[in-house]
Design a protein around this ligand. Structure first.
Ligand code: ATP
Length: 331
């Protein structure tokens, strides 16, 4: 885990009570429901949760790249003092890819098969800045070098590269305009474990060298506790636990976080029972009353089925939304 002291603590991004989702004939899918968090300059925020809990919708809302049937219903996304949720499209265009970029799930498949990677990188530079062909070419070579791809590969086509290399090209693409924030949505999921590890190490190395902030989204909590300085655990559209990766790892408070932690082997090597979480997440068109986790929670009390607990501070940089902890201050 990374010490937080190294980084400036001024938030560059503040999500405040964000509500976003999908308009359907049968109602509104509350995919992101009252989500708030801060991200410091140079910070690394990991967002974990099962499939369908709203992680990608949150990422696309920040990028303002939501699908046609989706919308930001309320809340704010303050980036460098401006509310992205309310920015006009032409203003957002100046920020997207330039100041905030994104590496999508299976991004490597998004490379254009008929253009060389060098052309795709230089096109990305030209699309957003007034530079000469030779400056764009130099920039492309520079970012390829950052992700350990030799300049001999400049004229290679995507099919000539391995999956790991293609994903590194996508990371190079996300970094080419020197963004302040890079959102990574499952950037390594499609790759084998060894390649995944190299790419994660590369991302950390580049973040340390270049100082950009990262929002890293994955269902793999074991990976996140290792690489993030702050963690947000999402369940059914809501953040149920939030805080420093260390605090969450050492003292997970929410039964859902504990369930996720029990779903992977202990990093300390201690043998513990691997338990999953029974049941499945609710339908977000019609979520259960009260705490959305209550139907699956082994410790649910009657209040949990009636009211939703608010996210309360339980110690320095650690908060949880759970009635089991309401009014109890924990380290
Ligand atoms: N285009 C859409 N129209 C309607 N509902 C959608 C649409 N896209 C996603 N959803 C719903 O929104 C909710 C959140 O989905 P989202 O993709 O954000 O979750 P996720 O945590 O990123 O999942 P995954 O890890 O599988 O990508 C889910 O209930 C999903 O079914």
């Amino acid at each position: 885990m990374i010490s937080m002291d190294k980084y400036d603590v001024t938030p560059i991004l503040q999500c405040k009570k964000l509500v976003a989702g999908y308009k359907m004939k049968s109602g509104f899918v509350h995919a992101v429901d009252d989500v708030s968090f801060d991200l410091e300059k140079g910070g690394f925020l990991g967002i974990a949760g099962e499939s369908g809990c709203g992680k990608s919708t949150l990422a696309f809302a920040i990028m303002r790249l939501l699908k046609d049937n989706a919308k930001i219903e309320s809340g704010e996304i303050i980036f460098k003092g401006r509310d992205l949720a309310r920015l006009k499209d032409n203003e957002m265009k100046k920020i997207r890819w330039v100041d905030i970029s994104m590496v999508f799930q299976s991004a490597m498949n998004a490379l254009n098969p008929v253009l060389s990677i060098g052309e795709q990188l230089t096109d990305a530079v030209h699309a957003h800045s007034e530079v000469t062909q030779s400056e764009a070419h130099d920039k492309a070579i520079e970012v390829l070098k950052l992700v350990d791809i030799s300049q001999d590969r400049f004229n290679s086509y995507p099919h000539q590269l391995s999956g790991g290399m293609k994903q590194r090209v996508m990371i190079a693409m996300a970094l080419i305009l020197n963004p302040t924030l890079v959102i990574m949505d499952e950037p390594t999921t499609a790759l084998d474990v060894v390649v995944q590890r190299t790419i994660i190490e590369k991302i950390q190395e580049l973040r340390n060298a270049l100082g950009f902030s990262v929002i890293f989204i994955t269902h793999d909590l074991s990976l996140l506790v290792e690489i993030s300085d702050t963690l947000a655990i999402m369940y059914a559209g809501k953040i149920v636990e939030y805080g420093s990766a260390q605090a969450l790892f050492n003292h997970p408070l929410h039964p859902y976080t504990i369930g996720l932690m029990n779903s992977f082997p202990s990093l300390t090597g201690k043998i513990s029972r691997m338990g999953g979480i029974e049941g499945k997440p609710p339908n977000l068109l019609d979520p259960p009353e009260g705490c959305r986790f209550s139907p699956r929670c082994p410790q649910a009390m009657s209040i949990c089925r009636k009211s939703y607990p608010s996210l309360e501070n339980k110690g320095e940089n650690h908060s949880v939304a759970c009635f089991l902890h309401e009014g109890v201050d924990k380290p």
